[in-house]
Design a binder for this molecule. Structure first.
Ligand code: AMP
Length: 392
């Protein structure tokens, strides 16, 4: 059965087509700069990568081109071969704890939640609508980044704010990156060889979050009402004293919107280093002796270590710590520093094993108290799996 996995952004559309249940990737690619000039798309198939520059006025046109290419490459001969299209949705609020079929009621709830994910939820709806028009006979599903975290208990997901804010405005912790944390936890359980495990999964990329996963279920996660909580990220500040916001508003006369923009887009590694949000640039800066890059990375690592320590206690021990996403999969130096700081818990790095990028590997030595794995994430296959199950 052919299933399309879709991740629509406001000006982009990533796709991956699978033959299910084998999970074979038939073709993948991305449409970029949709709705703006100089738009283009890239397609990967059979190890080949093709780039084409073409006008992409909207997502529907991108889908139509995608279908033409699928036919051109004989991935499908007819549209009806595509049985399901799974869409990634960032915010599912408290409505969704699993993947759903994109009914009108579901779509209106995604729309209602747009104020919590203003950049992402409206873009996902645009993607769903475009897919519905272009591939009308396929089952459209929605896979939520927040769904995996719905198993958190009230004492974990509530903020110590007036309870009415939760009741009236839905102010609570929802988390994000759930599909990635779930994939990594499933994979770690396979590597360990059991399902009743206590895991700490670290999704550290440009955005970042740590989750405590107990018997395959999320017990806690570092992101909050929005993805700007928890870890220090590329441009997001993560946890701060909330009173900083009115204090700076009064000092500078900035509006809430301006402050929000700074907390999300000009803080984190970028804000501290003044150099970049990209951890590769920070590492280059450290090599060149840039004090603020050194400081930024120190703060970044300290926050990750603190969350791991917190979740170690919360889980009452830990069977494995897993690293994924851009930094987790590729930064040998960041992983090394995190594991060295955790030596108090008996962690021991295997330097040679850690000397890899983008591969699934055990990076601690046999006498480490807790094994640490690098597990490259695969959110697309999770979308395809859930969509396949709903299509069946
Ligand atoms: P993601 O958001 O998961 O795509 O991760 C993107 C981030 O991964 C980039 O901003 C970089 O900071 C980081 N990254 C990618 N490759 C490397 C690398 N080789 N070394 C260090 N960081 C990397």
């Amino acid at each position: 059965m052919k299933i399309l996995s879709i991740n629509a952004g406001s000006s982009s559309l990533k796709f991956q087509m699978y033959e299910m249940p084998e999970e074979t990737v038939l073709i993948s690619g991305v449409f970029e700069r949709i709705g703006i000039e100089n738009s283009f798309y890239t397609i990967k198939m059979n190890g080949e990568k093709i780039k084409k520059e073409v006008a992409l006025p909207n997502h529907k046109i991108a889908f139509q081109i995608l279908i033409d290419e699928l036919k051109e490459y004989h991935v499908v001969d007819s549209l009806d071969e595509i049985k399901g299209v799974g869409h990634r949705v960032v915010q599912g609020g408290a409505y969704f704890d699993k993947t759903e079929i994109a009914t009108e009621d579901v779509i209106s709830k995604i729309d209602e939640l747009s104020s919590l994910a203003p950049l992402h939820n409206p873009a996902a709806i645009v993607g769903i609508r475009a897919a519905q028009e272009v591939i009308p006979n396929a089952v459209q599903t929605v896979v939520f980044d927040t769904a995996f975290h719905q198993t958190m208990e009230e004492e974990t997901y509530l903020y110590a704010l007036p309870y009415e804010w939760y009741q009236n405005y839905g102010v609570r912790k929802y988390g994000a990156h759930g599909t990635s944390h779930k994939y990594v936890a499933l994979r770690a359980n396979q590597l360990i060889g059991k399902e009743n495990t206590k895991l700490i999964t670290c999704h550290i990329g440009n955005g970042g979050s740590v989750s405590a996963v107990w018997n395959g279920k999320c017990k806690n996660t570092s992101m909050g009402l929005t993805p700007n909580a928890g870890l220090i990220m590329g441009t997001r500040c993560g946890d701060i004293d909330a009173t900083i916001i009115p204090y700076i508003m009064e000092k500078t006369g900035m509006t809430a919107k301006e402050i929000d923009n700074i907390l999300n887009k000009q803080s984190g590694l970028l804000g501290i280093s003044g150099v970049s949000n990209d951890s590769r640039d920070i590492e280059d800066g450290i090599q060149a002796g840039n004090e603020r890059c050194i400081l930024a990375q120190e703060m970044y690592i300290k926050r990750i270590v603190n969350y791991i320590a917190q979740y170690y206690v919360e889980l009452d021990g830990c069977d494995a710590i897993c690293f994924t996403a851009g930094v987790g999969e590729n930064s040998i130096g960041v992983r090394k520093k995190i594991i060295e700081r955790l030596s108090v818990l008996g962690l021991k790095l295997d330097e040679e094993a850690n000397n890899v990028r983008g591969q699934e590997v055990l990076i601690t030595s046999p006498d480490s108290s807790i094994p640490c794995y690098v597990i490259p994430t695969d959110e697309e296959v999770m979308i395809a799996r859930d969509t396949y199950l709903l299509c069946k």
